[in-house]
Design a protein around this ligand. Sequence first.
Ligand code: SAH
Ligand code: SF4
Ligand code: F3S
Length: 459
Amino acid sequence: MSETNHSATPRRLFIKTYGCQMNVYDSERMRDVLAPLGYAPADTPEGADLVVLNTCHIREKATEKVYSELGQLKKLKQASGGRMTIAVAGCVAQAEGEEIMRRQPAVDLVLGPQAYHKLPEMVARVARFSGERLETGFETLEKFDALPTSRDADGPSAFLSVQEGCDKFCTFCVVPYTRGAEVSRPVDAITAEARSLAAQGVRDITLLGQNVNAWHGAAPALSGEAGEWSLGGLCRHLAMIGGVDRIRYTTSHPRDMDDDLIAAHGDTPELMPYLHLPVQSGSDGVLKAMNRAHTADHYLSIIEKVRAARPDIAIASDFIVGFPGEREEDFEATLQLVREVGYASAYSFRYSARPGTPAAEMFGHVPDDVAHDRLQRLQALLREQQQAFNASKVGQRVHVLVTGRGRLEGQLHGRSPWMQAVHFEGPDMLMGTIAEVEIVGASLNSLAGQLPARREVAA
Ligand code: SAH
Ligand code: SF4
Ligand code: F3S
């Protein structure tokens, strides 16, 4: 019997990801849509048939990296006799697609964050030397609909994109321009993807969105609930899927932190006690100029409510120092807010002017050395708090989701409910399980633990 071979020619795919978790998720999905064409992931760009740079536009440095990386890739492409296809995806692609093609002719394809499902078709166009090579439309729902809900999981933790885009227009930020308007993915598609992940052993799901708590959707008929759910309703729904033990979401905006979501932190044990709620600044004047649409007090009142619902919750944030017009007293208000909240972890950045954003036109440039000095002072305080938060777990037994092997022989590592990295000695069979670990040490970035000595069971 003759058999037709339908399997595609094996090809090598290298994807390099910059920026936020949305990009990490998107890179995984690009891998998924390219797999049926025979593309298998490679660890290095050397010898790859297709190289995708999934880029980030958020700060100037992030953008610059793309052009220097493309310079390197051009050489590899030449060495391959032109066989390598180079694609630029992500937020720089969206923001400056045409400029990329002009500045680096070695680039074959440019596609924005809403066009990944078109990647196979675009790759085919390059092979045919015909058709459009730039896709930067904004059909987010089309993208969500086109991506298969079955997934190949990689380990016990996974990202799941539920929302995209941003309507907030903070004056410093490019995201509303690169990712488009806020769009929520429907409950059924999210549930199907979560089930597919759980069936493959995923126990920990992080729901993603540029403003993830702006997510809202019609409650499914089968849930017996009428009307709209906010993210709180979605979390409770996903928590009922067998095998899904841990749910997180990121990144949220203070304006969308509604009472139902706060209540879910109290009534849904699967919702992990960790909240990344960026405040950016503690000064009301700066918050206003940033168009954050909340005051420092409003933010503090949200934190208070969240802590009332879930007393052990770890709070994280992002900060920007040196925003145009930021005075020393504004910066001190930020330090004061940090002292009041007590953060478990945080990201802090020097303001970077982004072309096309309103803040880039504002007066009151903060000199680099002043901004640098403020960043150092803020980071020193945040480090102190992070160290103290980690140290507070020493002596406790915590549930660690074991995600892999540690650096040392016989060591495993995993995550605490509060997102801390934990390493401890243990057998490989614990991989992918939730182990009870006694915390015996804490550093700035991780906890050291040990498996509790097993009690003798009387025969
Ligand atoms: N949607 C999220 C943040 C997305 S960007 C939110 O609203 O919180 C991630 C972080 O990058 C932001 O929280 C902010 O702290 C930082 N950031 C964004 N634009 C920036 C800029 N122009 N300069 C410096 N940091 C910036
Ligand atoms: Fe950017 Fe603000 Fe939207 Fe966050 S909420 S993505 S900081 S515009
Ligand atoms: Fe960067 Fe785009 Fe994410 S600009 S932070 S990759 S949304």
